[in-house]
Design a protein around this ligand. Structure first.
Ligand SMILES: *Cc1c(COP(=O)(O)O)cnc(C)c1O
Length: 334
């Protein structure tokens, strides 16, 4: 593990890479009482030549600093942390499987360690990074999931912190997910407000491909970054790729609000082409149905399909850049 301690008076201490071990923390540490914790999720990949690569690590570091700053934790120089991660993954290179779809998952974390029961900015903090080899999310190929639209609980709200990767945002999401699971759904879809805007699926961003009612124009839609949506690196990558490769094919690419009612209408009229989640773990996760008000909304896959075309192509394009098949500025060679 990589660890770096911080104190208000001395700033960041020297980073250390040390064997994985327990942390020793005072029970009054503010992380245990008031949720002073934020994290990142990213992966290190090994390419065909054996080089170790990170995917858009600047994006993760930028988000990590935003998350830390919003709970009064210190920030860390983004290029310096990328350099540290780079040394860490090179040192632990033997834990990065070489096969396509495999990688080393990295979990940068920051906690407030100040021992106080007073609610105040932490005077000390610990940044640590742990890692684990991971395999493909869909080892046997895509398996489209069924979602349940949740309208009784809210994941994030305007002016809140749902757009940050704070640990405190995740614990309250487990129960609605468990309830959806008890009814046979793999994930829940978070709707927002009386308009029932589609926001995110579980801990992934959501993409919807629709054909326009009047013009037949094909449109790839995801929710805008209005403060209720986590700024996914995968989301951003999909939007860039769509603008680069799908727009020339005649697609429209939109970051806009979409209601569950209009998605359901598109489905009924046969205009809903596909729906998929997007995040680092799976890259893309195709959706077969969304249960809404107790009725299934069909998301455009035929019976024998487990993925739509856009999700499939996006996965290929992103993996190509993650594993360095295509040399691209998104891929950071360690
Ligand atoms: C991490 C996360 C995502 C996906 O972000 P990526 O950077 O693409 O992995 C989406 N939504 C939520 C709520 C998340 O926590």
């Amino acid at each position: 593990m990589l660890t770096i301690e911080w104190t208000q008076t001395e700033g960041w201490r020297a980073p250390a890479i040390q064997p994985y071990q327990n942390l020793a923390l005072d029970p009054a540490s503010c992380v245990f009482h008031y949720g002073f914790e934020c994290f990142e999720g990213m992966k290190a990949y090994k390419d065909k030549a054996g080089k170790v690569r990170l995917f858009r690590p600047d994006k993760n570091m930028e988000r990590f600093n935003k998350s830390a700053a919003c709970i009064a934790l210190p920030t860390f120089s983004s290029p310096a942390l990328i350099e540290l991660l780079s040394r860490f993954v090179k040192l632990e290179e033997r834990f990065i499987p070489e096969k396509r779809g495999y990688s080393l998952y990295l979990r940068p974390t920051m906690i407030g360690t100040q021992k106080t029961l007073g609610v105040s900015p932490p005077g000390s903090a610990l940044l640590f990074v742990i890692a684990s080899p991971v395999g493909p999310y869909f080892p046997l190929g895509f398996k489209a999931v069924s979602l349940e639209a949740t309208d009784h609980a809210v994941r994030a709200w305007p002016g809140g912190v749902g757009d940050k990767k704070l640990g405190a945002n995740y614990a309250p999401c487990v129960l609605p997910q468990l309830e959806a699971a008890s009814r046979g759904f793999q994930q829940n879809l978070w709707l927002f407000g009386p308009e029932q805007y589609i926001t995110e699926v579980g801990t992934m961003n959501l993409f919807v491909a629709i054909r326009d009612k009047e013009t037949g124009q094909k449109e790839l839609i995801t929710a805008p970054l209005d403060g209720t949506i986590l700024e996914g690196v995968t989301r951003d990558s999909i939007l860039s790729l769509a603008r680069e490769k799908l727009v020339p094919e005649g697609w429209r690419v939109s970051e806009r609000k979409l209601t569950m009612a209009s998605l359901s209408e598109a489905s009924e009229e046969g205009r809903l082409m596909e729906v998929f989640g997007a995040g680092t773990a799976a890259i893309v996760s195709p959706v077969r149905t969304i249960s809404w008000k107790g009725k299934p909304v069909d998301c455009g896959l035929s019976e024998h399909e487990e993925s739509g075309e856009i999700a499939l192509r996006m996965k290929g394009w992103i993996e190509g850049r993650q594993y360095g098949d295509e040399e691209h500025e998104w891929s950071y060679v360690c």
